[in-house]
Design a protein around this ligand. Structure first.
Ligand code: KIV
Length: 297
């Protein structure tokens, strides 16, 4: 366990968002904005943009760590990224994603991992995937230990292989029923919030009247209490393809490549650095320095 404490910082001009704030927004019909972040600058940007919830998703595995899927990321890697986000975040609620293999085996392991996210990375809540028997039991145990839990149903990337790949779920009556059963079981187990990922708009809409937990959608249409997107997807920070539900609000990958290419060209042709990028020294100091320079044969 780390001896540094990344405990929650005081809000800077913003009242910190709590679970009660989110429940109030749900009651009032005010949409909740959630985004992922994986580092300090991302947290500062999310803070300044005024989002409500920041998730350090295990999508970090692919967006910032370069793994082929989310199941490769370790607890230690997630804790390092999450603590960096915590240092930049004052107002939004911070949720840490429990990575694959860090909570499934037993209630004790799940509680121990969740506690590390709170103690070592300053999380306000943790998220775990799926709504089967094991996940529901883990939610009960973590909630009983005093740590708020966000659930995640529909397309759950940690079980993408079992689900037949990165495909929308709930597109048959049977599959939609499974999503509903899992969401209701997670809610009953004590999740304060649940992510619905990649399910038909109509299925989400049919479920919403039964949802007391705050529902955050990603590819689940507009009826949910709020939306989440992966920061790298919405800002176009990667060059790959995108899921149907992603809307790009910027193209930072192109802007980054263009900036780096201009820098490289200017270094190569001597345009950079120019006189305005250089430091001066008084003439007498330079003369004294030169006179004192040892001569080299
Ligand atoms: O890991 C992640 O980024 C997520 C969101 C897409 C909900 O789980």
């Amino acid at each position: 366990m780390s001896t540094r404490s990344p405990a929650r910082r005081p809000a800077h001009g913003r009242t910190p968002v709590t679970r009660e704030t989110l429940a109030g927004k749900k009651r009032a019909g005010d949409k909740i904005v959630m985004v992922t972040a994986y580092d300090y600058p991302g947290a500062l940007a999310a803070e300044e943009a005024g989002v409500d919830v920041v998730l350090v998703g295990d999508s970090a595995a692919m967006t910032v760590l370069g793994y082929p899927d989310t199941n490769e990321v370790t607890v230690d890697e997630m804790l390092m990224l999450t603590a960096a986000v915590r240092r930049g975040l004052h107002g939004p609620l911070l949720v840490g994603d429990l990575p694959f293999g860090s909570y499934e085996a037993s209630d004790e392991i799940a509680v121990e991992t969740a506690r590390r996210f709170v103690d070592e990375a300053g999380c306000d809540a943790v998220k775990l995937e799926r709504g089967g028997e094991a996940s529901v039991a883990r939610v009960r145990a973590i909630v009983a230990a005093g740590i708020p839990v966000m659930g995640h149903v529909g397309l759950t990337p940690q079980s993408a292989v079992e689900l037949g790949g990165f495909k929308a779920q709930g597109r048959t009556a049977e599959s939609a029923r499974r999503v509903a059963d899992e969401a209701l079981a997670l809610q009953e187990a004590g999740c304060f919030s649940i992510v619905f990922e990649a399910i038909p708009d109509a299925v989400a809409r049919a479920l919403m009247p039964s949802m007391k937990a705050v529902v955050i959608g990603i590819g689940a249409g507009p009826s949910t209490d709020g939306q989440v997107l992966v920061m790298h997807d919405l800002l176009g920070m990667s060059s790959g393809g995108k899921a149907r539900f992603v809307k790009r609000y910027a193209n930072l990958h192109s802007a980054t490549v263009e900036g780096l290419a201009r820098y490289a060209a200017e270094v190569r042709d001597g345009t950079y650095p120019g006189p305005e990028h250089c430091y001066g020294i008084p003439d007498d100091e330079l003369a004294a320095f030169r006179a004192a320079l040892p001569s080299v044969d």
